[in-house]
Design a protein around this ligand. Structure first.
Ligand code: JCF
Length: 673
């Protein structure tokens, strides 16, 4: 019916609904795409409630484009399929710099060109590829990649993803856009915690969680999953949006699509290699998993000239990071006794190479963890090695079970000294409480001699093992009573290495108090706490006589630490050991305060590239001077350091009034103590 004959109440409802929808779309965009909200959560909730009420009162005004549709439409009983108008190809993989340089050579040969060629490099997300179709600026269909030719129609599910625009900022006749749907590490953690609480099976990794969430027949379930998306390209277009890949992404961004801010535009091939290395170092600090970098020829006309092979384009390649997960078999499980007596079950694995390192053992943490993951001897498992952390078993591949696997039980006695094992209430860890347990003695000595402690070069595990077994060391204080002749008589020890060890022990005797405290191996006293205690007490004497109350009064020292420090020095044996170390000639010196803390308390964000210095070096320099580096410009940012070809962070900094400096000024600030 024409407007004029509608009841007045309806026409004002139309008006208000329109207003609310626009405001909520705008807010969604600012919140989920720009990461720059301008409305409080409470106000947002209020507007959403009002819109829901109005839509409920006027069912004839319902629209799939409404922000309320994010909660999910009615369930389906199956997914339809759809053919992609242009196949969704996969990417060729490269694994080292040579593969990428070969790719560049192939590109130049095909183009028959010596001209320098520019590429755009972006993080490769480990998620699910999707295609979205917009007509007249409205989302009308979304599908999975499927086999590349046909996918499943998942429009109602994709509508629930907050960072997917339902309406575009400009009306484009028909637009097919492609992106990767994923779940952040934080979202994954929350999702699995929630499932654990509700007794549901856990997702093995964020990728599986994303795939499973997108394939829900009930969109209301999908709506409750923390799905996100980054868009990376287009499918069929009536008119191209730009002449370059980077230009296309900029237009997509303008239209309301979320584009990864880490994309580096229009760089020569050599820089894609640097960028790959930089991101490989940084991948563990990102909010989501990436498994490599995608490198794309930037010019679309050159892309066209190169064309496609059957399954992948010639103009793009994925430069993968080394895998950090592999499957292998658990050959056995045994129990290690740590320096504090903690019993840690360890899996012995069929050796497997993960990211260039052979892994033959993985920690199983504790008994509860083994039960929770149901890890049995003989199981095939997924093992992960990330950064410097100890390899761990992610999950069991249950389909590989034969029925021959054996369930592991924690021993009732210490596997080293056979003392009874205790497990305190509310503690996951079982302990051997026998102070003289040789396993603990060895581990304590290893810790005492380690890098952050006395740092005795040459005092390795094998040697310590031998010396404890031969009765030369029964506590770490005995190290200072060793003589060269005894050391030289040990296996694999010559005159030279014995002398080197004696020298290293002598040299270690000059030590800052913090490292000495750390070396003692007091429970809950790590390097940081040890430094705090050293600053506070200035010498061992003061520390050893400090009351629990005095300890607890220190910022950064909680009751647990205070109790533990007091308990350590209450034991006569421990006080004597410390006395013996001091009597052996150990001299405590005041560690110089780190020389220049010129950037103390300042927060920096980096954008663009820096000549003569990689981004991670720049970051290290800032942190070395006491500053902090974060990834996104926010209210807390003090400075944006802008290099060559800065990204969108520059705009954001300018808009939010954050001071923008170049590398020269940064260097100046670091020098000005
Ligand atoms: O992030 C991704 N997984 C990703 C996949 C990014 C891209 O730019 C891609 C892709 C698959 C194919 N580009 C193509 C052409």
């Amino acid at each position: 019916m024409p407007d004029s004959v509608k009841p007045a109440e309806t026409s004002s409802a139309i008006h208000r609904i329109e207003e609310l929808r626009n405001a909520l779309h705008q807010h969604n965009y600012r919140y989920y795409v720009l990461d720059d909200p301008d409305l409080s959560d409470a106000e947002y909730d209020r507007m959403m409630r009002e819109l829901k009420e109005l839509e409920a009162a006027h069912p004839e005004l319902a629209s799939p484009d409404s922000p309320t549709s994010r909660v999910g439409a009615a369930p389906l009983d199956k997914f339809d399929t759809v053919a992609h108008s242009i196949p969704m190809l996969s990417l060729d993989n490269g694994f080292d710099d040579n593969d990428i340089l070969d790719f560049d050579k192939r590109v130049k040969r095909h183009l028959d060109s010596e001209e320098p060629i520019l590429y755009t490099a972006e993080p490769k997300l480990d998620g699910v590829a999707v295609e979205l179709v917009y007509e007249a600026g409205r989302l009308i269909m979304a599908s999975t990649r499927g086999d590349g030719m046909t996918g499943e129609v998942i429009t109602s599910n994709v509508r629930t993803i907050r960072s997917v625009p339902l309406l575009l900022h400009e009306q484009v006749s028909r637009l097919e856009v492609r992106g990767e749907v994923f779940i952040s590490l934080e979202g994954f953690k929350r999702l699995n915690e929630d499932r654990l609480n509700r007794g549901l099976s856990l997702f093995a990794n964020p990728r599986n969680a994303a795939a499973g969430s997108l394939r829900q027949l009930n969109p209301r379930i999908t709506a409750r999953r923390p799905l996100e998306i980054f868009f990376y390209g287009v499918g069929h277009m009536t008119d191209p949006l730009s002449e370059s890949h980077w230009g296309t992404l900029q237009v997509l961004k303008r239209l309301g699509f979320r584009i990864n801010p880490l994309i580096r535009a229009e760089i020569p091939i050599e820089e894609t290699l640097d960028y790959h290395r930089e991101m490989n170092d940084k991948r563990h600090t990102l909010a989501y998993d990436i498994d490599g970098m995608v490198i794309k020829l930037d010019s679309l006309s050159l892309q066209d000239r190169l064309g496609e092979k059957s399954r992948s384009p010639r103009w793009a390649i994925a430069y993968k990071f080394q895998a950090i997960q592999e499957t292998t078999r658990v050959l056995d499980i045994d129990v290690q006794v740590g320096r504090t007596g903690a019993l840690t079950p360890v899996a012995h694995l069929d050796p497997v190479s993960i990211g260039g390192v052979t892994v033959s053992r993985a920690t199983l943490h504790n008994e509860d963890e083994i039960r929770r993951k149901d890890i049995r001897i003989g199981d095939t498992v997924l093992v992960q090695r990330a950064g410097d952390v100890i390899p761990e078993v992610v999950k069991v591949i249950e389909s590989s079970r034969t029925g021959q696997e054996k369930i592991f039980t924690m021993p009732a006695t210490c596997p080293v000294c056979e003392a009874e094992v205790f497990r305190e209430k509310d503690e996951a860890v079982a302990r051997c409480n026998h102070i003289g347990c040789p396993a603990q003695v060895k581990a304590r000595i290893r810790h005492f001699a380690s890098k952050g402690a006395f740092d005795m070069d040459g005092m390795g595990s094998k040697l310590i093992e031998q010396m404890v077994d031969k009765g030369l060391l029964s506590s770490y204080a005995d190290i200072f009573s060793l003589d060269k002749a005894t050391v030289q008589s040990l296996e694999r020890m010559g005159a030279k290495s014995a002398q080197n060890l004696m020298n290293a022990i002598e040299k270690s005797k000059a030590i800052p108090l913090g490292r000495f405290i750390y070396a003692l191996g007091i429970r809950h006293v790590g390097e940081n706490v040890a430094t705090i205690l050293a600053d506070q007490f200035q010498n061992m004497e003061n520390l050893s006589s400090a009351s629990t109350e005095a300890l607890e009064a220190i910022e950064g020292i909680g009751p647990e630490i205070a109790e533990s420090v007091r308990h350590f020095f209450d034991q006569n044996q421990n006080r004597q050991t410390v006395r013996r170390i001091l009597d052996a000639g150990v001299r405590i010196f005041q560690e110089k305060k780190p020389e220049k803390r010129s950037l103390e308390g300042k927060v920096f964000v980096l954008t663009g590239t820096f000549e003569g210095m990689t981004r991670s070096e720049t970051k290290k320099m800032i942190e070395g001077a006491g500053g902090k580096v974060t990834n996104t410009v926010s209210r807390n940012t003090n400075y944006l350091v802008a290099g060559e070809s800065p990204g969108s962070k520059l705009d954001k900094a300018k808009k939010s009034g954050v001071e923008v400096i170049d590398r020269q000024s940064l260097l100046q600030m670091v020098r000005d103590a």
